[in-house]
Design a protein around this ligand. Structure first.
Ligand SMILES: [Cu+2]
Length: 365
């Protein structure tokens, strides 16, 4: 075989292998690795359609291959016998596709009703109001009075009913391992229902191009045993006082948090220095309990947090958080470390003995 022909016949399989090697069927964001009944029902439907299509394809290409080989023209020069119409064949070719369409349509409609029908939440359900912002997520739990961002904690034993909204442009809520995507449209209350019976962390991603940092608009769903979930929810019970741990660095970070103007945008323990009604930014109450940072683009560690505070735009191009320290600020390192320590202390157990409560003015000065 000449080299070029060999090369040409080798290209398609190599290309296919390369393309397929990019597929990770069990990645953290794979709809092919479901972790709940909704995603499972959707995958079942996908598999059913896939294998049915594969059968149709094998049948069609099989007949085609047979006809091509069996009725090759070869050396023949005579005109084959001519025929017109074959009612039996034509009826069969009409009925078979109808049967196939019905075999796809019935399970599809059934799955749509089973997974996407609007529900009226009962007391057993956990209702969470989700609002999409460019480029982060707000999660509100009316039942618990909790407002948080970018990490949706849910118990393993309750159905979760999300009320989806957007504060600006279109977004789309998608946690592939738990449920299909659902649009978030300003002033249209869409709903998404799922359960996450296996404790674990599930990756989410905005699935509607929302400009700027869209690709970095991620989030996590953390499903926990009921007791762990309730313990987490309890840490938000604060009686209107702001909790600041006794560690001197944490105390310093708390002061700087107000001095540097973070409180004009961010709320901690219900307190924010700017009047309600102005644009909203991620609520940082109990920020130390979050596992990720910047809408789930980085693990929430002291080091990453310092890098984020020094230059948010370098980590997440186009996002709306400004850098609060100038590049030549001699105190930047020490101050940023203190603010990061303060943020990481929020909602975590105090290692020092006495926890200092700062009430009244919330330490705002
Ligand atoms: Cu988005």
């Amino acid at each position: 075989m000449p080299m070029t022909r060999w090369f040409r016949s080798a290209v398609p399989p190599i290309l296919a292998a390369l393309l397929l090697s990019g597929c990770d069927f069990a990645g953290p964001q794979s709809a092919l690795d479901p972790a709940g009944p909704i995603a499972q029902a959707q995958l079942d439907l996908f598999n059913w359609s896939l294998w049915l299509s594969a059968l149709v394809m094998i049948g069609t290409f099989g007949v085609l291959a047979y006809v091509i080989l069996r009725y090759r023209r070869g050396q023949r020069t005579d005109v084959p016998e001519q025929s017109h119409g074959n009612p039996k064949l034509e009826i069969a070719l009409t009925i078979v596709p109808v049967i196939i369409v019905v075999m796809v349509a019935v399970p599809t409609v059934r799955t749509i009703f089973a997974t996407e029908a609007r529900v009226t939440p009962t007391e057993d359900d956990l209702v969470v109001k989700v609002t999409g912002y460019q480029w982060w997520w707000k999660f509100e739990y009316p039942e618990y009075g909790i407002t948080t961002a970018n990490e949706l904690r849910v118990p393993t034993d309750r159905r979760v009913v999300l009320q989806l909204d957007s504060a600006d442009v279109l977004h789309s809520f998608w946690v592939p391992r738990l449920a299909g995507k659902r649009d978030m449209i300003p002033n249209q209350d869409n709903q998404l229902v799922f359960t996450a019976p296996e404790a674990g962390e599930y990756y989410g991603q905005c699935a509607e191009l929302c400009l700027g940092a869209h690709a970095y608009m991620k989030f996590r769903v953390i499903s926990e045993e009921p007791a762990a979930f309730e313990a987490w929810a309890d840490t938000f019970d604060i009686d209107g006082a702001q909790r600041v741990q006794a560690d001197p660095q944490v105390q310093r970070g708390h002061q700087l948090f107000a001095q540097k103007g973070c409180t004009t945008c961010h709320t901690v323990d219900g307190y924010r220095s700017t009047p309600v009604g102005t644009p909203e930014f991620p609520d940082l109450t109990n920020f130390g309990t979050r596992t990720t940072l910047g809408a789930a683009i980085l693990p929430n560690t002291q080091e990453n947090l310092e890098a984020w505070l020094r230059d948010p735009d370098a980590l997440k191009p186009g996002n709306y958080m400004p850098a609060l320290w100038s590049e030549d600020d001699p105190d930047a390192d020490e101050e940023i470390a203190a603010v990061a320590a303060y943020l990481l202390s929020l909602g975590t157990p105090d290692e020092t003995e006495a926890r200092a409560f700062v009430g009244g003015d919330h330490g705002d000065r």
